[in-house]
Design a protein around this ligand. Structure first.
Ligand code: NAG
Ligand code: NAG
Ligand code: NAG
Ligand code: NAG
Ligand code: NAG
Ligand code: NAG
Ligand code: NAG
Ligand code: NAG
Ligand code: NAG
Ligand code: NAG
Ligand code: CA
Length: 400
């Protein structure tokens, strides 16, 4: 059985130990010659349960190679498949997957910036106005439970957040920074700030009293699977440590291909009681083809527009659990502490559901993730949006 804490331990020990070479009798299946070909590529390595105590000794002995901080390995690019297979033969290694690029799920359209223009009236945000009702009806109000997500922690795994933005005052903190060459938790792109605003912004947010925890896994140009796995490990650890177990992760990234490592980590989160809400993706294809969207225990969110039509970029199909507004969404942005912008994407739909889970928890109490998923679906409105490759669809509705 997968044990994610062993992964953490693995990275941590590599961080702390200054390479004494161990001489225990490990059964090395990688030869010295093979080990010398190891150079640059990064792999995610997940160890099985029994390997934890020996893993560092084993790997440093077998590979006779210094392993850098948090970078599990570097493998020759000439024969990557061979090396990956060799790595798999090391005792205790359960899963090896090459790190690859992950993508933001905001669509590629150029955002319309609306600087220094916070919408004070709650009548102009169609997305908030829409999600408090079943049948489409814009009454100019967003009606939500008064607890508004209080004491719920929403972990935003994204490009960082402009934490000084007025939308988050007093309810935001830095969790960790996991991307390569990212100096701090700042948002150099705007994506994470926009998402966080939809979850919990005072003006733009679904759950206006929820806490935001900034887990930066992407820089200006996206990130990679390795950073994502480190970020997820962090959240699981933080959740385990915390006395407040009301945790939701918002996963705004997607992969071009299905990732076994990412799927395993998402399942580990939900097994530990952390709610995972994931974007369906913006490639107009079946969401079952990509992670984390395809993972059954995640709540997977597709995008619709003001007229309840599926957004033409949105992924779809049986792996989609729910639709939420994701076209022309106004939220916080990064130029200054009052900045706002309009974005499209399943990245914008996902935080609506994160906020709704927060509302649910603060109103009715927490549930195990699978029950929460059922509860959110039972609040939702059935079959008002066409979901290709599936006979059923649900549209988000907040508790009322
Ligand atoms: C080491 O590997 C060899 C060959 O695969 C196997 O026969 C042997 O039992 C292993 N020894 C230990 C201690 O695991
Ligand atoms: C921004 O301000 C201008 C001028 O007051 C107004 O016309 C426009 O509707 C505002 N935009 C938003 C999104 O509030
Ligand atoms: C929405 O509008 C109502 C009536 O104008 C006002 O009482 C309420 O505070 C507004 N809510 C928000 C979140 O702006
Ligand atoms: C969890 O607690 C341990 C022990 O106090 C600490 O070393 C670790 O940094 C904490 N991890 C997180 C993610 O908070
Ligand atoms: C994704 O899968 C396709 C087809 O299986 C393959 O050609 C491509 O290299 C894969 N991409 C990545 C990033 O692994
Ligand atoms: C999707 O819809 C937008 C706006 O309605 C339109 O500009 C765009 O061309 C459409 N894209 C595709 C691929 O149909
Ligand atoms: C942002 O808005 C606040 C109050 O709404 C105001 O006090 C502040 O001056 C504004 N800052 C900027 C940079 O516009
Ligand atoms: C939440 O997830 C969505 C889609 O998965 C993503 O676009 C957005 O950036 C995320 N927001 C936060 C605050 O993590
Ligand atoms: C969660 O759902 C399972 C299966 O439907 C049910 O047996 C269990 O009682 C539920 N737990 C809670 C806390 O609602
Ligand atoms: C529906 O799924 C099937 C296989 O599962 C696939 O071949 C087909 O292209 C999908 N249809 C759409 C519209 O994506
Ligand atoms: Ca309304």
């Amino acid at each position: 059985m997968l044990n994610i804490y062993k992964v953490i331990l693995f990275f941590t020990i590599i961080c702390l130990i200054v390479i004494p070479i161990y001489s225990e009798n490990f059964n090395c299946s990688i030869t010295k010659a093979e080990a010398t070909s190891i150079t640059t590529e990064k792999f995610i390595v997940i160890l099985d349960k029994n390997a934890a105590n020996n893993h560092f000794n084993m790997l440093s002995t077998c590979l006779e190679k210094k392993v850098n901080n948090f970078d599990p390995f570097a493998i020759s690019q000439e024969e990557p498949n061979k090396d990956e297979n060799e790595l798999k033969k090391v005792e205790g290694v359960q899963l090896v997957e090459k790190s690859f690029k992950i993508y933001l799920t905001r669509s590629m359209t150029t955002p319309t910036l609306e600087k220094n223009n916070l919408t004070k009236s709650n009548t102009s945000l169609y997305n908030l106005d829409r999600i408090d009702t079943g049948k489409r009806k814009y009454d100019g109000f967003y009606t939500y439970p008064t607890n508004a997500g209080r004491a719920v922690n929403a972990y935003v795994m994204d490009t960082g957040i402009r934490m000084t933005h007025h939308e988050f005052k007093g309810r935001i903190k830095l969790g960790g920074v996991f991307c390569n060459k990212c100096a701090n938790g700042n948002d150099e792109f705007g994506h994470g700030t926009h998402v966080a605003g939809i979850i919990a912004g005072t003006t733009y947010g679904v759950a206006k009293l929820a806490n935001i925890i900034n887990v930066r896994i992407m820089g200006k140009h996206g990130g990679d699977l390795l950073a994502a796995t480190k970020g997820i490990n962090y959240v699981i650890n933080a959740h385990k440590n915390a006395t407040n177990k009301n945790s939701i992760i918002n996963m705004s990234f997607t992969t071009t291909n299905y990732s076994d490592a990412l799927a395993a980590l998402v399942k580990e989160c939900t097994d530990n009681g952390i709610h995972v809400v994931a974007a369906a993706g913006n490639d107009h294809k079946d969401a079952c083809l990509v992670t984390p969207a395809a993972v059954p225990s995640a709540i997977t969110v597709a995008a619709s527009d003001k007229l309840d039509k599926r957004a033409n970029f949105s992924n779809y199909g049986p792996c989609v659990d729910i639709y939420a507004p994701g076209v022309k969404i106004l939220s916080a942005f990064t130029s200054n502490d009052n900045d706002s912008a309009i974005h499209d994407g399943t990245s914008m739909s996902t935080p609506h559901v994160v906020g709704t889970v927060a509302l649910y928890i603060s109103t009715y109490g927490n549930l195990p993730p699978s029950n929460m998923s059922d509860a959110i679906i039972s609040l939702a409105t059935k079959n008002i949006i066409k979901n290709p490759n599936s006979t059923v669809s649900y549209f988000l509705r907040v508790p009322h």
